[in-house]
Design a protein around this ligand. Structure first.
Ligand code: IMP
Length: 432
């Protein structure tokens, strides 16, 4: 029986999943995105061309494939349409694109509410991307949501707008904001979006199940990372969807019995954009070094990311909840040129050793990381990395291999893919 592969982020998103999906996507017929929305941003570099997507799965650049936006995603119709249009303008013949008719729609009032809610949350704000993600998922769960299929059905759309808009206006009033939502205008825009999206909208659940019957190879791509997940992340500083591998099932309609492999993407250090506890964060020289060398600035918002050492307490928790069978280690090149490299292996909390990731945000913010210090390795040029990739794993500097093997030892999960730069060629695959 053909089984599906899931790719998940094990940290705070921005682990370099786009490139890993692109890499494993070569062997897949279908790439499915199952969570998140325009808060995500992945960059894929092909030759000299750089593509940045927020909604479209990275596999969209391969015309022989099909990409699916699953029911677990929330879409901003304007953005999807403009990403498709940009591909056309840049002369790319994209993959076949399908959008689930069950996908929820980010409405203009969701974006407005995102900013207002953040303001009122004060120190408990997550520092969102302001793309309306939280309010849209809130409406989905509270059953106020508008789905893609509603954009294609004027009767349902009208009924929903009639019922929901007055409630939304009251919410704005409660926040002290006088917002008049013009129903007619909104309806017109929704129907217009519906008409433009119609060629892409389908019953993706049916499509995916038929694809499974036809033995198609399916790759499921998670947006964000485990520590931003609504259930497993650092609450309330994460996002509003299930980024974990379990979300791949609920967000696509592919059952758990069809998932055969989960690849956990681990960046060789940690970064996060937005607020919340981050035990191994380094604000000084090292933090600055990682940010500059790793180009750690948000793809969506351009915000500088907070940076620090790899945290295996955090990663090990992710490996468990995702059932990771194989690690893709990314941005390893960023660590070269350092005299020593640290890895967080436990926390200390008021004299106690903590190895299990705490739920309580106060406890987590009081945790002090305990590090293992490993030998660093010299700066490696791009030419040298390319040579190492060609010659294979054993060609890597010894200290670099020790770092990788140390992670495998602490994780108890093998590292099968090593990425040492943004280009496709800078990827080293170890035997699986
Ligand atoms: P939201 O998803 O826009 O509501 O943002 C919630 C939190 O998740 C904020 O701290 C964001 O910075 C963070 N976040 C959301 N999406 C991503 C992502 O794709 N990469 C990294 N951080 C993200």
């Amino acid at each position: 029986m053909m089984s599906c592969t899931v790719i998940v982020g094990t940290q705070f998103g921005d682990e370099g999943k786009g490139k890993v999906v692109d890499y494993y996507g070569r062997d897949a017929d279908i790439v499915v995105r199952y969570n998140g929305g325009a808060n995500a941003g992945h960059t894929v570099v092909v030759g000299d061309e750089r593509f940045a997507f927020r909604i479209l799965p990275s596999g969209v650049l391969r015309q022989e494939k099909t990409v699916v936006i699953g029911n677990g995603v929330v879409i901003d119709p304007n953005l999807v349409l403009s990403e498709i249009e940009e591909l056309r303008q840049r002369g790319v013949t994209p993959a076949k694109i399908y959008i689930s008719d069950r996908t929820h729609v980010v409405m203009p009032y969701h974006k407005a509410l995102d900013g207002i809610e953040e303001k009122f949350k004060g120190s408990l704000r997550a520092g969102t991307t302001k793309r309306g993600i939280g309010p849209c998922y809130s409406d989905k769960v509270a059953r106020f949501g508008i789905r893609v299929c509603d954009l294609l059905d004027e009767t349902v759309l009208q009924a929903k707008l009639d019922a929901f808009l007055p409630i939304k206006e009251r919410v704005f009033t409660a926040y002290g904001e006088e917002v008049k939502l013009t129903k007619e205008k909104l309806k017109e825009t929704c129907l217009e979006h519906g008409a433009k999206l119609a060629p892409y909208v389908t019953d993706t659940i049916k499509f995916l199940h038929e694809a499974l019957l036809r033995k198609k190879r399916i790759l499921l791509e998670g947006a964000q990372g485990t520590h931003l997940d609504i259930d497993y992340g650092i609450y309330p500083f994460g996002t509003s969807s299930n980024a974990v591998s379990g979300g791949a099932c609920t967000g696509s309609g592919i059952p758990p019995t069809r998932i055969g492999r989960v690849i956990g993407v681990v960046k060789a250090y940690t970064s996060r954009v937005g607020e919340g506890p981050f035990p191994t964060e380094r604000e000084g020289k090292i933090g600055e070094y990682l940010r500059e060398k790793g180009g750690e600035y948000g793809t969506v918002t351009g915000r500088p990311r907070r940076c620090g050492w790899l945290d295996m307490v955090m990663v090990n928790y992710s490996l468990r909840v995702n059932g990771v069978s194989s690690i893709a280690l990314t941005k390893l090149d960023v660590l070269s040129g350092l005299e020593e490299v640290k890895v967080g292996v436990a926390y200390e909390h008021h004299g106690d050793e903590v190895k299990d990731f705490p739920a309580n945000m106060r406890v987590l913010s009081e945790c002090q990381p305990k590090y293992e210090t490993l030998e660093g390795w010299e700066e490696v040029s791009k030419q040298e990395w390319l040579r190492f990739v060609e010659q294979g794993y054993e060609a890597l500097p010894q200290a670099c291999r020790q770092f990788i093997e140390y992670i495998e030892g602490v994780a108890g999960v093998p590292v099968h893919l090593i990425s040492v730069g943004p280009e496709r060629a800078l990827t080293l695959r170890r035997d699986e």
